[in-house]
Design a protein around this ligand. Sequence first.
Ligand SMILES: NC(=O)c1ccc[n+]([C@@H]2O[C@H](COP(=O)([O-])OP(=O)(O)OC[C@H]3O[C@@H](n4cnc5c(N)ncnc54)[C@H](O)[C@@H]3O)[C@@H](O)[C@H]2O)c1
Length: 247
Amino acid sequence: MNSFKGKTVLITGGTRGIGKAIAQKFSSLGANIVINYVNSKETAEAMVEDIKRNGGNSLSIQGDVSSFEESKTIVEETIKHFGKIDILINNSGITKDNLMLRMLEDDFDRVIDVNLKGTWNMCKNVTRHFLKNKSGSIINITSVVALIGNAGQANYVASKAGVIGLTKSLAKEFGSRGITVNAVAPGFIETEMTSKLPDEAKAEYLKQIPLNRFGTTEDIANICVFLASSEASYITGQVISVNGGMV
Ligand SMILES: NC(=O)c1ccc[n+]([C@@H]2O[C@H](COP(=O)([O-])OP(=O)(O)OC[C@H]3O[C@@H](n4cnc5c(N)ncnc54)[C@H](O)[C@@H]3O)[C@@H](O)[C@H]2O)c1
């Protein structure tokens, strides 16, 4: 098993769902964990305490990734506390689903701002630091729907497809500097985000999954650990699908 002792992992939106599982997994492998959150201060602080109780190192930082200034602060605070960042996981994401004819301009803008601009903000602020260190790994969480489209999610799909383009471009810009940039495209993962869907919609999704189960947050955490490990040092600019065979 990989050890991440001495490595610092910054996870955006790390207090629940996929982000929380990623934080817990890296923490179990010895990494210093930075949990970014927007509103859930108490949950974030409880996670930090939990990690420390188990012998790990952790810090929580409030900040909205859609704000360039706040993203900058998240990166600066992490470096101030742990001295460096080795792995950035852009996990924050929101949905504001509706069919095109009913989708409001504000719902398009906000989803793009958090999912795509937020990822760009974090990448922009961390890459200068990675260049100085001549190493670093960025993992952007996109989605299976970015590969195939989805009715009722034009804003979300556009944002996540944008994240794939951003990932591939940054991989080309920074490859020669020892920095890898990859994306993970989860399929249907059981979290609070997907719990909002009606039961009939979930049943329809399940029919499309050859492995006949929804994914777990650990399924996503496991691939993030691999992509951030030295075993994956020759992998960059890729989109890794974790979807039970759905696509
Ligand atoms: N659950 C799925 O089936 C699934 C499938 C494909 C992709 N994803 C993606 O995986 C990621 C995690 O999803 P999840 O299911 O755990 O969802 P979730 O809603 O449980 O978690 C999203 C996290 O992002 C945080 N967040 C929202 N806006 C933010 C902002 N402006 N700044 C900082 N943090 C912010 C939230 O507070 C929350 O902690 C998201 O990017 C999502 O789009 C999820």
